[in-house]
Design a protein. Sequence first.
Length: 113
Amino acid sequence: VQLQASGGGLVQTGESLRLTCAASGTAFTINAMGWFRQAPGKEREMVATIADGGTTNYADSVKGRFTISRDTTKNTLYLQMNNLKPEDTAVYYCNLQDFRSHWGQGTLVTVSS
């Protein structure tokens, strides 16, 4: 399984970005996909996940600002991030769960104040 994340960049507080993760090489049922992030000096944390049935889960810090979605026909995952804050600055990683956990290479999001 290969996961290619894109869409990161440098934005100002209050602006928006959309992250995209293209999955390829998937041969087994995808149980869930999600976005995680890791800020400098901090541990990786869950941002948002979406299960195979469509159930979503968000970190409290992003609820109401971020929206996770998935195009199953294209095996592509999205994260719409609105009203970005400096504390959202991190490397964002795409994750796919089938019978094991797969990780993409990450895309950097930097929010300036």
